[in-house]
Design a protein around this ligand. Structure first.
Ligand SMILES: NC(=O)c1ccc[n+]([C@@H]2O[C@H](COP(=O)([O-])OP(=O)(O)OC[C@H]3O[C@@H](n4cnc5c(N)ncnc54)[C@H](OP(=O)(O)O)[C@@H]3O)[C@@H](O)[C@H]2O)c1
Length: 394
């Protein structure tokens, strides 16, 4: 029996993880669940899974939640408040696996703490890895933590790697990764209409049901840009060895091209419970609840090269990883600020790339070799992006 802590339990990945956990009560016991402020969903999850700990980051909501728990049949659950509590529950002795599913930079410190504590880290929170790159990978190798990718593409690549492969290392005979992308909701939208796209249109993803931030990232293809950086780190590859491929059906989740000409692909219905169950059962497999793939229903599959004029965020991600140092941190921070401003209807859809590009132009690729340097770059880049937004509004 393994103890699991789910950081970001109330989000899309968190809910899918609990769905998988519920199918395997003989293998997983929920030790801790965390939310930012969605205490209604957290309460229902506590009722169903009876964790030892529940964390609510927003202090005012935590107090309300504490009172609700105290007056319920769940009074034995320990309710903790604040961001520090995320680290506490991610490093508990009886936690074996940590699902890192907080969205954005807020997930960095608890995910990194789990890695440093030698846990099995099930990594969905790509922003944490993108912003802290080498530090995160070093923490994993120093502590002996097991890092398993949850992003469907990286999980697919991991499944296509040779037997015994461990993330962070090169697979010598693998010469290229083909990183698939759906192309998002605006793949065919006339370019002149892109500035008018609304948040509701941007989050209406054609294939995947996800949180709002990653859905906007998919519409700009910054999601693929972050995944490109994630893939370089997880599989120790050069950006030039990674080809982004638009595959609108989202049936192939990525491919690995080997020196002998073999190309291995992992396929399945677009449902995050597959990569989640793969990582949770690894190196075995167990049921995820995902329906079998009906290959006849799929019929055919298409592949296209991404258009960097339509998707400038993908170009910016290539530039950031090639520049190195703090540039991926800057890219990620500026993107988080730009997406938030777009979701709040303060900027246009096409402003997202402009904000990131103008923010990046203010930085040089200085060292990102310590957490202090990363956090400082993150905070300066957020400030730079906010100034760019003010300039756009003026
Ligand atoms: N969804 C997918 O299919 C998918 C696929 C691949 C990778 N990912 C990655 O997985 C991560 C989660 O994505 P998602 O779609 O599940 O996001 P989501 O639905 O927006 O959920 C985000 C989770 O993080 C919590 N959270 C938000 N801000 C926080 C903060 N400041 N401190 C602590 N917790 C906070 C939320 O709590 P509240 O509910 O209380 O706000 C929620 O539990 C992202 O990094 C994303 O890129 C997602």
């Amino acid at each position: 029996m393994k103890g699991i802590c789910i950081l970001g339990a109330t989000g899309s990945i968190g809910v899918s993880t609990l769905d998988v956990v519920a199918r395997h009560p003989d293998q997983y016991k929920v030790v801790a669940l965390t939310a930012n402020g969605n205490i209604d969903v957290l309460y229902e999850q506590c009722l169903a899974h009876r964790p030892e700990y529940a964390v609510v980051v927003t202090e005012s909501k935590a107090e309300e939640f504490r009172q609700r728990i105290a007056a319920s049949p769940l009074a034995e659950i320990k309710v903790l408040a604040g961001a520090e509590a995320l680290i506490e529950v991610a490093t508990l002795d009886n936690v074996d696996a940590v699902m890192a599913a907080i969205v954005g930079a807020a997930g960095l410190l608890p995910s990194l703490a789990a890695a440093k504590a030698g846990k099995t880290v099930l990594l969905a929170n790509k922003e944490a890895l993108v912003m802290s790159g080498q530090i995160f990978m070093r923490a994993v190798s120093d502590s002996g933590a097991v890092l398993l990718p949850i992003d469907s593409e990286h999980n697919a690549i991991f499944q296509c790697m040779p037997a015994g492969y461990t993330p962070g290392h090169s697979a010598k005979q693998a010469r290229r990764i083909l990183l698939t992308a759906s192309g998002g909701p605006f793949r065919k939208t006339p370019l002149e209409l892109l500035p008018n796209m609304t948040p509701d249109q941007a989050v209406a993803h054609p294939k995947w049901d996800m949180g709002r931030k990653i859905s906007v990232d998919s519409a700009t293809m910054m999601n693929k840009g972050l995944e490109l950086i994630e893939a370089c780190l997880l599989f120790n590859m050069d950006p030039d060895q990674i080809q982004v491929v638009i595959h609108p059906q989202s049936i192939i989740h990525s491919m690995v091209d080997y020196v002998d000409g073999s190309v291995l692909a992992q396929m399945g219905n677009p449902d995050m419970r597959t990569p989640i169950a793969h990582a949770m059962a690894w190196p075995e497999r167990f049921d995820s609840g995902v329906a079998p793939l009906d290959i006849f229903e799929v019929g055919h599959m298409d592949f296209e090269k991404p258009d960097l004029q339509r998707f400038p965020c993908l170009r910016l991600a290539y530039e950031a990883i090639k520049a190195g140092g703090i540039m991926p941190t800057v890219l990620n921070a500026a993107n988080e600020i730009a997406v938030e401003a777009f979701l709040n209807e303060e900027v246009k859809f096409t402003d997202i790339a402009i904000i990131i590009e103008r923010s990046m132009a203010q930085f040089t690729p200085d060292s990102a070799d310590s957490l202090e340097l990363v956090l400082r770059a993150d905070s300066r880049a957020r400030q730079a992006a906010k100034s760019v937004i003010e300039g756009l509004a003026a």
